[in-house]
Design a binder for this molecule. Structure first.
Ligand code: ATP
Length: 437
């Protein structure tokens, strides 16, 4: 059974709203769910797409020094030998002998008895987090392959191809968005820690002498992206890793953290990884992955600044940040105060009565060309507003009985609830101006 573990009041409300309004459902809900897997509904998929589009636009399309790729989920198993995942991508796991609950060692914080039933605990055992599968008809160790636990390794293995065909010289980056899989021991906190999720990763290749400057640049650039999503600054912070948290090859690592109801939590890691990744793949594959600089006549293995962020965690941060409850004359109003460019539905069009539907639909179809517009003619206007507030629609347009005479409609703002009368032929311009703010 899928469970939403350790959620505070806000998270419980969030989980319930996400289901009620079609953002996120338990995977395979009709069979009781499967722990650590989630499905995104009609609203959730739009939110996810906006997050991914915003990242891709800023990281790839707006820049001249980053190109994109899209690689397979299953790679040659040697990839994961070179990256160190086969050897050491594991968490120490402890079981309760009595109630059979499973814990990550760090969750138990040194406890000697099971926190659930006070039963006896097993010793810690290493548990590799990679999902295994078999390629081809023979299910034996020679055909074992892994579902990738991160998207970035194929960026390293395709470094030479991409560098050559795109004619990029360091410093330049390669970016990718895609699914990743980790057999987490204790998936928890809704979609924060799941077993299947999406990552947006970029590896920026540069000369060793340039790496410290590039690292500083990418830390502030990535923080700025979170702000551009409309997330409140007070809910974001940077956490540089202490010396003893760093991998032996890493020269620096900083997390972007968000204040979740369960505490400050990692959204993204930005790391100065030295030339570790390319040198590992060069060693294991036997291929030369170095770069020759014509201008300086120097041959070197580029150093790498990595930026690695989860799509699902970012969506959760946006949802938590946007959620608010208001008391309007004794009635509760639930609002997702998304930034307009992130909202799954950007404008909703209502006819005040069924008789006005045809004209309202015409307006909706016109707006659809430019905005994510939804048509709704079900229930009272108050109920329709409430639904749109809960899915975070910033503007609602109502076609009423006066519209035929004054050729105007009413536009209601989600946050202030202010209503403006706007000429029908000016609605698109009026909304465009609002999105520019
Ligand atoms: P954590 O310490 O929370 O397990 P991590 O440090 O192992 O995360 P990375 O390997 O740096 O995470 O992965 C980069 C990003 O991928 C994370 O910042 C996060 O946004 C996302 N991510 C990692 N694991 C998960 C997961 N199980 N579920 C959802 N997103 C994840």
């Amino acid at each position: 059974m899928a469970k939403v573990n350790q959620v505070s009041g806000t998270m419980e409300k969030m989980v319930s709203l996400c289901k009620r309004r079609g953002f996120i459902f338990q995977s395979s809900e009709i069979y009781g769910g499967i722990n650590g897997f989630w499905d995104f509904g009609p609203m959730g998929v739009e939110l996810k797409r906006r997050v991914k589009e915003s990242w891709w636009q800023r990281m790839v399309r707006d820049r001249d020094d980053v190109v994109g790729i899209d690689t397979s989920i299953i790679a040659h198993p040697q990839t994961w030998v070179a990256s160190g995942h086969v050897e050491s991508f594991s968490d120490p796991m402890i079981d309760c002998k009595k109630c059979k609950r499973r814990f990550r060692e760090d969750e138990l914080a040194g406890a000697v008895k099971c926190p659930e039933c006070s039963g006896e605990l097993t010793a810690a055992r290493q548990f590799n987090l990679m999902f295994h599968t078999f390629v081809g008809a023979n299910a034996d160790s020679a055909s074992t392959a892994y579902l990738r636990p991160e998207t970035c390794q194929s960026i390293f293995t395709q470094f030479k191809n991409v560098q050559t065909i795109s004619r990029k010289r360091p410093p330049f980056g390669i970016a990718q968005i895609g699914k990743a899989f980790r057999n987490e021991i204790t998936p928890r906190n809704f979609i924060f820690r799941s077993r299947e999720f999406e990552q947006m990763e970029m590896e920026y290749f540069c000369h060793a002498n340039d790496a410290a400057t590039q690292y500083d640049y990418w830390v502030s650039e990535r923080f700025a992206w979170f702000e551009s999503l409309g997330i409140k600054k007070e809910n974001l912070r940077l956490r540089p890793h202490a010396e003893n948290e760093l991998a032996h090859y890493a020269k620096g690592c900083t997390d972007v953290e968000f204040q979740m109801p369960f505490g400050w939590s990692e959204m993204e890691g930005i790391a100065n990884r030295s030339d570790y990744d390319l040198s590992q793949h060069a060693k294991v594959s036997g291929k030369d992955l170095s770069y020759y600089d014509d201008a300086t006549k120097e041959r070197y293995l580029p150093h790498v600044i990595e930026t690695s962020v989860g799509v699902d965690r970012t969506c959760l941060a946006i949802l938590v940040d946007a959620y608010r409850e208001e008391d309007i004359k004794g009635e509760k109003r639930v609002v997702l105060g998304f930034a307009p460019h992130i909202a799954p539905v950007q404008v909703a069009v209502f006819p005040l009565s069924g008789k006005l539907s045809e004209k309202a639909i015409k307006l909706h179809h016109g707006l659809k060309k430019r905005f994510a517009s939804e048509f709704d003619d079900a229930g009272s206007i108050g109920k329709r507003y409430r639904r749109q507030d809960e899915i975070g629609t910033p503007f609602c347009v109502t076609y009423d009985f006066a519209s035929d005479e004054d050729h105007s409609v009413t536009i209601r703002h989600r946050d202030s609830m202010q209503q403006d009368r706007v000429a029908i032929d000016q609605v698109e311009k009026y909304l465009s101006d609002q999105f520019k703010r």
